[in-house]
Design a protein around this ligand. Structure first.
Ligand SMILES: CC(C)(COP(=O)(O)OP(=O)(O)OC[C@H]1O[C@@H](n2cnc3c(N)ncnc32)[C@H](O)[C@@H]1OP(=O)(O)O)[C@@H](O)C(=O)NCCC(=O)NCCS
Length: 196
């Protein structure tokens, strides 16, 4: 531990190595190719996206991605757009914050890091004067992993949609950490009023 601190701290060397470290964390804990370092660099440069992260002993152990959005259809698999719109009707403003990914390295989970990342993300949304927040919480056989952390940031369940990622996982050949190539996980639709 001490050696890592005395030596070179890779994530500080450049924004690109930070992006690579965050991309690798998502690869390891979610699925290979979840978000590329190029995409993350684009988010770092954008005023419409936030990448926040937590570093312990020179290593990135948690990260969250949030975006400013104007259309639910841009972040929802096409076959579920109507359901999401019906579930969020009246609670999502024309411009809203989208919490698109949160990850905490195994071994560091359950210590409040995920909650802090979600709170950082919603605070950024408030700085942009956004009124509402939306996230799709991954629910597998163990339940909705992010729901407790998201609740600490003011996002609460407004519904659940089965087989949410099934068609897109089949189409792009990606895989679900729980189900593999055919994903039957559900999405818990989490909504937050950022003025509450
Ligand atoms: C979901 C995830 C991001 C949550 O991150 P985390 O750091 O474990 O979250 P937190 O520690 O803030 O909260 C998780 C639980 O730990 C508990 N906790 C929070 N602070 C704690 C602390 N200091 N000590 C012990 N437990 C604590 C919370 O009560 C919470 O339980 P709850 O959800 O039943 O209420 C993380 O578990 C993860 O990366 N999972 C795999 C990927 C994933 O599912 N990502 C979300 C996709 S939508």
């Amino acid at each position: 531990m001490k050696r890592a601190l005395r030596g070179r701290i890779p994530w500080l060397d450049s924004v690109s190595s930070l992006a690579e470290a965050i991309s690798e964390l998502f690869d390891q804990e979610m699925s290979e190719g979840y978000v590329s370092s190029e995409t993350l660099l684009g988010y770092f440069r954008s005023n419409h996206a936030l990448v926040c992260y937590e570093v312990i002993d020179g290593a990135v152990v948690g990260a969250a991605i949030a975006k400013r959005m104007t259309d639910i259809a841009d972040i929802t698999p096409p076959e579920h757009v109507d359901e999401v719109k019906a579930m969020t009707d009246g609670s999502i403003s024309s411009e809203f914050g989208y919490l698109s990914g949160v990850i905490v390295k195994r071994g560091y989970q359950g210590r409040g890091i995920g909650s802090r990342l979600c709170i950082n993300a919603t605070n950024w949304m408030r700085l942009l004067d956004l009124d509402s927040a939306l996230a799709f919480g991954w629910e597998d056989k163990d339940g909705c992993h992010i729901e407790g952390a998201a609740a600490r940031a003011g996002l609460h369940r407004s519904g659940i949609i089965d087989d949410f990622w099934l068609a897109s996982v089949l189409a792009d050949g990606s895989s679900c950490p729980t189900c593999g190539l055919t994903c039957h996980c559900s999405a818990v639709v989490l909504v937050g009023d950022l003025n509450a």
